[in-house]
Design a binder for this molecule. Sequence first.
Ligand SMILES: Cc1cc2nc3c(=O)[nH]c(=O)nc-3n(C[C@H](O)[C@H](O)[C@H](O)COP(=O)(O)OP(=O)(O)OC[C@H]3O[C@@H](n4cnc5c(N)ncnc54)[C@H](O)[C@@H]3O)c2cc1C
Length: 384
Amino acid sequence: MRAVITGGGVAGSAGAIALARIGVEVTVYEAYQDPAGPVGSFVSLAVNGLRALDALGCLDTVRRAGFDVARQRMWSGSGKLLGDVARGRRPADTLHSVTLLRADLVTALRDQARHCGARIVTGQRVSGAAADREDADLFVGADGIWSGTRRELDPAAPEPAYAGLYSVSGVSDLSRVPADLPRDGFNWVFARRGVFIYLPAPDGTVWWTAQVVATEPPHDRAGVSLADLSDLFRTERPTAAVLGAATAIRAVNPGYVLKPVSRRYAGRTVLIGDAAHPAGAGQGASMALEDAVILARHIATGSAVPDALAAFDRERRPRAGKLAAMETRSRDTKTSGPITAWARSLVMPHLFNHFYEKATGWLYDINPGSLTLPAARTSTARNH
Ligand SMILES: Cc1cc2nc3c(=O)[nH]c(=O)nc-3n(C[C@H](O)[C@H](O)[C@H](O)COP(=O)(O)OP(=O)(O)OC[C@H]3O[C@@H](n4cnc5c(N)ncnc54)[C@H](O)[C@@H]3O)c2cc1C
């Protein structure tokens, strides 16, 4: 059986490993040479994504490329602790969320895909029509939120729209950050101009992302400066302190939302990752990794490809829909005004820790059986 994957980001590289592992001959086409592409930021993987990585045989490599983050703390702009919960897992889970640069995640996945026998062609942007000229049994659209494959499947498919916030990520020197600020964990500060996240890293730096609420994204991303950002976040002490010790901006990325995609497969073509369901809520990469494993599991059943894709979609659709609803609530919290912020600082310290696990636990409880890969596909029946 032959598969062509468009996009060699998280979903495409993971999909290549999973399909190669079940005996499919895989070719991936990726538009950029650089594994970071235009997203030179960091990603956090929750335990559901880590379990998918384990199924792909890359968990240890990815853990070594990043660092464990045990706790997530929420702070008001004035420095009041609003919540302190387990990050990306149930509290009892001994597997901790991992944060790493997206480029390092993609590099680890591509290395493993090649090791499993997949061919990865970088620096080549393809269209569905070009891919169609190849004699393949399966076409996987792993081409991200701006997916051309999605448009080819359904010319009326939704297009991404600006989410009302853009993110600026960078690094600071931990030794220059005041000693009374946390030295670990995923710290989330509700500031006046948006949400500011910072994580002290084991190498003596602080990784941070400012999610700036703005009616329009910056016209010139390269023109966003540390001075501008520091000015936007100068009124809150923790953000001013971390940005005061900043050494570099890593990436500027507008945030996008996408209405639910109704046509996610047809015939021999299927969408995975952000092309099918941009997830947000710190779950996009984890969901893409899950998709890869679960797609291969359905292909391995030996059913006709269109039937396998339909079964894959039936399994994935409810989870993606539930996550999209959660993401909308999370975005509303980030973009809310001063009255909500005032109410939040009164109510959250009493309720957040208690309700957080109830609200998010389902994400981490994915059935481990669904994240296993069988040895090899049992039939190579081709169906158009
Ligand atoms: C700033 C930022 C921070 C994030 N933080 C987190 C986080 O903490 N946790 C988390 O889980 N998720 C996070 N995400 C989301 C996460 O990065 C995505 O959900 C995840 O990368 C989706 O993977 P993907 O492979 O579907 O898409 P992408 O990673 O976008 O990869 C798509 C790939 O397809 C390629 N491509 C597109 N069109 C073509 C074509 N025609 N031909 C060839 N190649 C093509 C692109 O170059 C790209 O490499 C973040 C995203 C951003 C922007």
